[in-house]
Write a protein that binds this ligand. Sequence first.
Ligand code: ZN
Ligand code: ZN
Length: 356
Amino acid sequence: MTQTEAIFFDQPHRRFNLLTNEWIQVSPHRTNRPWQGKTENTSDDNKSHFDPDCYLCPGNPRAGGEVKNPEYASTFVFENDFSALFPGTPEEALSEKELLKAETEKGICRVVCFSPRHDLTLAEMSLEDIRMVVDVWADQYEDLGSKPWINYVQIFENKGEIMGCSNPHPHGQIWAQESIPEEPHKELIQQKRYYEKHGSTLLSDYLSLELDKNVRIVAENDHFVVMVPFWAFWPYETMVVSRRPFARFTDMTDDERDGLADIISRITIRYDNLFEISFPYTAGFHPAPTDGQPHKEWHFHMHFYPPLLRSANVKKFSVGYEMLANAQRDITAEYAAEILKNLSDLHYKKAQVPQG
Ligand SMILES: [Zn+2]
Ligand SMILES: [Zn+2]
């Protein structure tokens, strides 16, 4: 470690998020102490394959009760019964004295069930089954993105009660809409700026630097790398980046789709192994906007934002200083990467020796 690196290891500092053009404050001295290890298991186990009360299980009535799910055998996509956006919203804008500004927004919201099994998560699904989910995501991106009025397709998963997700059945969501939402929009500006200056994508240059340094890399395969980004905000935040710079879900080769399934499996297993619980997170993809532009600057990637801090029960709260002043974190990205890297690729439930 150089003298400069040593300072950033234990002194309060700010880090710059290249993708969003925002600063994050880091206070490493607050948690630079030996790893305490996992705490007690929480009682998330012992779910059954099928729950008669689950509105996502095959054959069950959906929330609202009018529609029944088909007896699906792998994945299942349907229009969200409680959509936040509708395709038929009339176009209208409001502007008053440059003080009041609003515009209507059209969109389509869908739900993607990852598996008919109520008790599984991506971390426990086979690579073949995760690959089927990858194909569904790609198909949905293509189907929704090809509508001329849809300019962004946000695919995400909200997992765990702590994240406000009420149903444990493995599923994700898709919100496709007219405008490019704030997070991808910030990334669009930053990636464009970088590409115009350097002629290469921001994330391909960043990825080679990270691979070179090898202090924040968590896992990798032939097509994808997962790392704790230098500017991570959430305690165990990670980012999955494709080795080849491409922009869209639909640009992925067959092998890359397998690679994506593999890297998702590796990171979600590590997350579960961290505290030996079904690890909560919000995760999602940032593919290029579907606005008809070439997007040579865009580099396909995925974010995992988990809220847990030092144990299964300690959640990070963004309050006080963070609400009023600046995003802040305690454990450094390097420390989090080291812990995640050293966890097993084998899910803890499968590693347990049967008793008796
Ligand atoms: Zn279910
Ligand atoms: Zn992103």
